[in-house]
Design a protein around this ligand. Sequence first.
Ligand SMILES: [Zn+2]
Length: 313
Amino acid sequence: MTAPPEAAQVLAPNLARHPVPCPLCGRPEGFRTLFTPWSPCDDPRQLYGAASGLPGTQTLVECPDCSMIFENPRFPDEAILAGYLASEEGGHDSQYPMRVESFYRALVRLKEHLPPPGARVLDIGTAGGAFLDAATRYGYDAHGLEPSRDLTERGKKRGLKIEQGTIADHSLPPGSFDMVCLWDVIEHLTDPKADLERIRPLLKPDGVFLVNFPDIGTTQARLSGKRFWWILSVHLHHFTRRTMADIMQRTGYEPFHFRRYWQTLQFGYLEDMAARLNIPLTAFIARHTPRFIREIPMPYYASQTTALARVKR
Ligand SMILES: [Zn+2]
């Protein structure tokens, strides 16, 4: 896939990172530096064009007023969005059935807090539509919103209800959803606060807002330091349970439940990931694992948290 012409124009070589204010409380400066790049890269095409992002390229700071952790300085929004548009998708399609399984299990685990089957649900940034498949199986009337034209077309061909658009630009009717989901999207948004405010009117008065995010407040994150696996060039914001609750409250939601998100992937896929991370002996073991074992579904926890909220009355 080639970059759209507007992307090529925006990704001019003279772009540079600029200081940004705190995305949560608006404090303009005076942040504490947590991590500096250990694998520097100054090319927005590489930083934002790679579907899963690059590790070690960011300076992450923490706001002394609200504890928000975010990339600062950062490339202009237009460069980031152009990079996302130009990004190549695919790669983890082989795990599509496992991702559907992960989402389905998550819905079952969260059951008591979610709208009952039959409810109308929207998934924002639905990508290939794995959540829509899971939600349909759960009994929901599932709708998706996805910026990529390519992914939208692919999902439609598979019979899913997907609209191409963004949080700021879509034709979804307000007040029409019992639940709106943001799975692994909020950390990519250039202005998460503005987008959370835009999402709120889509919900019915009793609707549930679900946000799943990489959680930098976990013990795993603390122990991993700057090598924490979710610190990637495409993740502009890093939330903890505390800052997630804070941004929800500031944008008109009342959070009522937080839970660890357990993903499901095939054992072989996890083996391959471990091998790529150079964990000793894993490459050898992966090569010698029988196929029926590599296909076993494995639940694992990798510092993701699911937050549930309702619109404030
Ligand atoms: Zn702040």
